[in-house]
Design a protein around this ligand. Structure first.
Ligand code: BTN
Length: 243
């Protein structure tokens, strides 16, 4: 009789866990450049210089959140969209994606941020680093006052951080195997900005419109008050409001 083997999860091996580091993305980049294999994972209990998109910082009280960076070889192009969907898979039915890849929960009309995703890499060298910060066991009162007003937490016990990491690696593994179109469809079902007022800055100043989903390249589609349709590129435009 054939022996059933447990499914091999490639992501998360090898793993480096650090008590404290500047940024897990820094460490994972170094490992990627040094030739670390696909699936190499860096986690930390604390980051002293956690980074976010668009030059923002990422703050989490020590030992209370999931801070991870994965080295991926030949990652699919909508990596950050795919990662956002995978984080929602583990964060529960309330989790939504605020374009392009903030994981949020609704709090009345406001959106509170539960997790952030920072992808970095050198496609020409065939590697990417996928960094995820998830407020798994964060107590909101331990965050700086300005974040207490805008952050969310899963409110899990500390002992649940490791099992949540295992669930997230599994979800990423599953989603990495999905066709691109399925990733886009899943993302669209989780879209927190669909039908919401959004505002952004571009070359001509402050603009406002209504979120209408994403196109197949991951750009946000918006309609303005005049009915004009525009698409916003995540690398160029920062939403100043989307709530
Ligand atoms: C964002 O919201 O703009 C992205 C935040 C990404 C934070 C994570 S925490 C683990 C990894 N290391 C970092 O320095 N950043 C990412």
């Amino acid at each position: 009789m054939p022996i059933a083997r447990p499914q091999q999860i490639a992501l998360g091996h090898p793993r480096v866990h650090l008590r404290s580091t500047t940024s897990t993305n820094d460490r994972a980049r170094e490992l990627a450049i040094a030739g670390a294999p696909h699936g190499t994972l860096v986690t930390a209990a604390e980051q002293t210089a956690g980074r976010g998109r668009m030059g923002r910082s990422w703050t989490a009280p020590p030992a209370s959140s999931l801070l991870m960076s994965l080295v991926l070889r030949d990652a699919p192009v909508p990596l950050s969209l795919l990662a956002a969907v995978a984080v929602c898979d583990v964060a529960g039915p309330e989790a939504r994606v605020k374009w392009p890849n903030d994981i949020v929960v609704e709090d009345g009309p406001a959106l509170r941020k539960l997790a952030g995703i920072l992808t970095e890499g050198r496609p020409q060298e065939g590697w990417a680093v996928l960094g995820i910060g998830l407020n798994a066991a964060v107590r909101l009162q331990d965050l700086p006052p300005e974040l207490q007003r805008t952050a969310a937490t899963l409110g899990l016990p500390l002992a649940a951080i490791e099992p949540t990491l295992a669930n997230l690696l599994e979800a990423l593994e599953r989603r990495l195997a999905d066709p691109v179109q399925m990733t886009l469809d899943s993302w669209r079902e989780l879209d927190a900005l669909h039908g919401r007022e959004v505002s952004w800055m571009d070359g001509s100043g402050h603009e406002q419109g209504q979120g209408q989903g994403i196109d197949d390249s991951g750009r946000l589609i918006v309609t303005t008050a005049t009915g004009a349709r525009a698409t916003l590129d995540a690398g160029e435009v920062q939403l100043s409001q989307g709530r």
